[in-house]
Design a protein around this ligand. Sequence first.
Ligand code: T3D
Length: 265
Amino acid sequence: MTFDTLLYDVHDHIGMITLNRPDRLNAMTASMLHELQVAFAQARDDAGVRAVVLTGAGRGFCAGADLAAASESMASATTPFSYSQFLQATYNPLVLLMRSLPKPIIAGVNGVAAGAGMSLALACDYRLVVESASFTQAFVKIALVPDSGSTWFLPRLIGTTRALELMLTGRRITAQEALDWGMVNQVVPDGQFSTTLSNLAAQFAAAPTHTVGLIKQAVEFALDSTLEAALAKEAELQDIAGASADHQEGVVAFLQKRPAVFSGQ
Ligand code: T3D
């Protein structure tokens, strides 16, 4: 499928999804949300893809919902617009797809991430951020509740005190503040962003992909489980990981004192 609002490219086992509406800071329309679902599903189903990168074209990562497009479609609608139906059909399945993807997703946050754009970055597994980027829970500024997963991700990442501060004020925080708060993994000078992102993606693409998927599954499960249930889940998933070709390769490589070469199986 060809995309109108995204670029999707696969190289060196990396599926690179670039939000591509730079003049609108990559604000999301209904068609971009649909295309994102298609692109993530394609990356999931392509055995050649072992790591996924989500980034933005131009100076922004993503400014959240496209407010101009949203207000136009509301004005022209013949029936009352239902936020609930829209969210259930667009953002919600996308976020669930990302969280269940059995491959690592890196957010390459190349600029401002606002509203649902910030939620998308939070739904990724690793956040690499340029020094000049910023984050805002912009929802409150237009009198909306944070959606697309922000209420779930943010308190878990930075605690309720700070999550509520961001959600209630819409304050724009810097990349450094996000790093200090544990909301992102790494901040790099703008000039080093592309190279660092490529190196990081290559590192993830060379990891034992199947086991990485199991690790994601284990952590996702443990977030809402008892210790007893989490221990049982670890044991169940370890049976699967322990039977993998990459586990064998990892052990043999260790014993032979050489770097492991993982196939992803
Ligand atoms: O309806 C639904 O879909 C429900 C779901 C909602 C989920 C949400 O995401 S709600 C939150 C929506 N997002 C926002 O409220 C953020 C709005 N944008 C901003 O606050 C600021 O633009 C930023 C803080 C993101 C960046 O500020 P700045 O000063 O760096 O850039 P700018 O000059 O404001 O924006 C540059 C251009 O992008 C500008 O267009 P222009 O004047 O050059 O023609 C601006 O209008 C446009 N733009 C930025 N954000 C959006 C947008 N256009 C449409 N929708 C946007 N969200």
